[in-house]
Design a binder for this molecule. Sequence first.
Ligand code: FA5
Length: 336
Amino acid sequence: MSLERFVAELDSFYLDAGTSLASAGDAAAVEVARVEFLGARSGRLKGIQKTLGALGASDKPAAGKRFNEVKEAIAALLSNAQARLIADPSDPATDAIDISLPGIPLRIGRLHPITQTIRRVEEIMGRLGFESVDGPEVEDERHNFEALNIPPEHPARDPLDNFYVATASRGGPLLLRSQTSTVQIRVMECRKPPLRIVSIGRVYRPDTADATHYPMFHQVEGLMIEPGTTMAHLKSVLRYFASSFLGGDVRVRFRPSFFPFTEPSVEVDMEWGGRWIEMGGAGMVDPAVLTAVGYDPNEVSGFAFGLGVERIAARRWGVADIRDFYRNDIRFLEQF
Ligand code: FA5
């Protein structure tokens, strides 16, 4: 056989195979074309390959080169045709994606239980007229201690009991606030009574983590300043809060205590499984604190409280260890 004849056969093969593959409308037609042109046993390309042997030795290199070019070109057209059909999901004859199958359901996200608790506390306190306000997490010593009547020698200011950060050039040392009582001062500094606010946010203490402690936790601070406010108002508000948040049957106990910025002061305990758990501190705002922010203690009085958010959340849902809130185990978090 001559080289010209061999090349002419290859060209007509290329034309026929290309036309068939381009016009194949479904996967079955592509397969028929594949077998006809490229089939390993009796495909047309196989037949042409066999005639290579009949060429003269000097024609073989050029013929072989041309043969390989055509073979590769047709292989490319074949995979294009297959890809084109798979990409067309409206063709039921292909094994393309079945658009009638139900989809994979998306996992619905939800709010973290601590976020849910914060929103619920704000909602309950809002019913009593307490407005929600925010304060900074990086504080100066004035708002975290001094204005709250906590003098420099007080053990609560020990550097080992606080997370001090870089010393500010003008305002003195800065620290991650150890309590939300800072916000009482920030609000009273720029507003006049009457006041009813709650402030919920993160606080930081170098406490060792255990079932009831974490080095970062949240507090709910409440503050009410109005003429004639008494300890009875404090008890009523905390009882209302506890029964709204935890259920009507929850028992609340006030235990005498001491905080430098309240007088008298109490610890607020709630009953849980036959035991009393400390949920927070509270008291009547100390007259020295009122004076320091420019209020007249003869005209107004008020109460303040600070509750641990993780503890009330744990009590509400029966979580035995507050560290579970921060383990990020989806199986735990999914339950809320
Ligand atoms: C205070 O922080 C006061 N500022 C509360 C206060 C506010 C008193 C207003 C008077 C008036 P205490 O340090 O006791 O108080 O903390 C309050 C609550 O925070 C605790 O009862 C507890 O529920 C929670 N708490 C304290 N430390 C941790 C901790 N490491 N992890 C989780 N919760 C904590």
